[in-house]
Design a protein around this ligand. Structure first.
Ligand SMILES: *Cc1c(COP(=O)(O)O)cnc(C)c1O
Length: 387
């Protein structure tokens, strides 16, 4: 009997085989011209990224985390400022306000969309305002797993209270809301090109996308040590947040595949939905939203059931992962900031805590076949019905 074809959780090999010659040629050109950092490939990439998102500006930076940091530095966010963000997200979203001396205010998420819960956001904003110790300055909305957050509502709340609306679209490049791609929602959008993201390079990389020319100019300055009009004029305190030419060349080779890959991800998600809905909670895409399907995540009733499903997947040779096993307010590094953010103790975050026991991510990439999805789904369902 033949062993079944292994199923990759993410698959970067199949894609590479399609564009290997172009990648090799792009790298060879850079070895010849020698402008390894912020070379012509970065300029070309920025133009294509902006066009892809339908935004006016894209600024290439060194990672998604640095994209978040530069966007917040440009607003002058620092000590005494409150930055609202979901408790259920990747660590980088919370790390950046803390690095800048600001206070993260963790907000609960919606159990269906996994994204920031607007009612809870308003409640915590009112608590911070009433106390008057911290200035509410920004909301970081995360499009978790590729599912767009409720941007019209976040934008309206930020406009009403004079806050900066930052989209952490690290897991969602290519997603859309209505007829507008992510990159055009909020004041600015942080993108990550970490290898496993929907658009990934072969190292670290990122971009900040915005329609605002003044912000774009600030981002360009901040990523290069705050440089002014001339190279050795330091206008402001910045950082080293530049993008490598080789990573830009890899992204230029990959970008033409992305539209087709997003369709292939959506097709795989539809196969999962057909096989699993009715048995367990599948991801809920909001009305008018298009998920980028960066990560495909189901929710089981409880940790014990999830453990049985994981065991069945392992027995079937099917990979799985838990994003995330711990809500950010329980992380040792963030617990004190959380406790101190709202006087008298912040309200509980029950949905974020519960999801950490329930979520399970299944293989998701554009090169999954229908038979692969059927094998994963069969393993999940076997685990679900096992004693
Ligand atoms: C990956 C990720 C980041 C950070 O991106 P890097 O490029 O790894 O720095 C930030 N936020 C979220 C939600 C992410 O998934």
């Amino acid at each position: 009997m033949n062993a079944p074809r292994p199923i990759a959780f993410f698959d970067m090999k199949a894609q590479q085989s399609l564009i290997r010659a172009e990648i090799d040629a792009g790298i060879a050109r850079i070895l010849d011209h020698g402008r390894f950092i912020q070379g012509p490939e970065v300029d070309a990439l920025e133009e294509r990224l902006a066009a892809f998102c339908g935004a006016r500006h894209a600024v290439g930076v060194s990672s998604g985390t640095d994209a978040l940091q530069i966007a917040m530095m440009a607003e002058g966010i620092g000590p005494g400022d409150a930055v609202f963000l979901p408790a259920f997200t990747y660590t980088a979203t919370a790390e950046v306000p803390l690095v800048l001396g600001a206070t993260p205010i963790f907000v609960d998420v919606d159990p269906g969309s996994y994204n920031i819960d607007l009612a809870d956001l308003e409640r915590r904003l009112a608590l911070v305002q009433r106390e008057g110790r911290l200035r509410p300055r920004a909301v970081i909305g995360v499009d978790l797993y590729g599912l767009p957050a409720d941007w019209p509502a976040i934008e309206a709340l930020c406009a009403k209270h004079g806050m900066f609306a930052l989209d952490d679209a690290a897991q969602a490049f290519g997603g859309a809301l209505g007829n507008r791609r992510l990159g055009t929602h909020g004041h600015a959008t942080a993108c990550s090109f970490y290898p496993t993201k929907t658009l990934g390079c072969y190292g670290d990389g990122g971009a900040i996308v915005t329609d605002d020319p003044a912000r774009a100019e600030l981002y360009r300055s901040l990523r290069t040590h705050g440089e002014g009009k001339t190279r050795y004029e330091v206008q402001r305190t910045g950082m080293n947040g530049r993008l490598d030419s080789i990573q830009a060349a890899i992204l230029l080779a990959k970008l033409p595949l992305l539209e087709g890959e997003l369709k292939a991800r959506a097709r795989a998600a539809a196969w999962y939905e057909a096989a699993l809905a009715g048995h367990l909670r599948t991801p809920q895409v909001a009305e008018g939203a298009t998920s980028a399907w960066g990560i495909y995540t189901i929710a089981l009733p409880d940790a014990a059931t999830r453990g049985r499903v994981q065991a069945a997947m392992q027995a079937a040779g099917v990979p799985g992962a838990i994003y995330y096993p711990k809500p950010l307010h329980h992380q040792p590094a963030y617990a004190a900031a959380h406790a101190g953010g709202i006087a008298g103790g912040p309200p509980p975050l029950p949905v974020s805590e519960r999801l950490c026991d329930q979520v399970l991510s299944l293989p998701m990439h554009p090169y999954l076949g229908e038979a692969d999805v059927a094998r994963v789904a069969a393993a999940v369902l076997a685990g679900l019905s096992s004693p």
